[in-house]
Design a protein around this ligand. Sequence first.
Ligand SMILES: [Cu+2]
Length: 181
Amino acid sequence: MFHRRLIATLAGVSVLGMAGGAMAAGSATAPSTVTIKQSTSVKFVKNRYVQDGLRWDKDVYRVRSGGTLHIVNTVATEGPHTFTVVKKTDYPKSFNCRICDKLGKAHGADPNSNAPPKFQFLENGVGQNMPPNVDRPGDSGVTGAGKKGEHIDLKVTAKAGTTLYFMCIIHPWMQAEVQVR
Ligand SMILES: [Cu+2]
């Protein structure tokens, strides 16, 4: 399956960063640092299906403009992940994910090899090896080689009032929002 190949090809990179902050209540008090984790529950029904419940730990996150997204691998068996901003209309509804193919190529992932991607980050769809300022589709980061605890820190420069639609291009059903306040 395509996502299995991407798991292998995007593996192999990580950066260090700061610790996460607590989520505050109310839009006026959105936190300056928000931690984004994953959880999973796998359901296996013989001769029917495997249901992969891998997900972001929330559907909606809030962060202050100028704040930091602290994205951590928290499921030991199913990393790495990408935090990738896309247009809402580019969200896939199946494994057939055109935006995943396009941005996977921009990361320099080779679907025929286990090598790590050439670029750990994208800024506006262009590969680079430093974290982007997150404010638009095509801003992206790979969380690491997949080991538990690996993480990236991304600065959100989008203006207050912006909603960022993000996904993991390795696991295309992992889709959630960041509301910038
Ligand atoms: Cu993922």
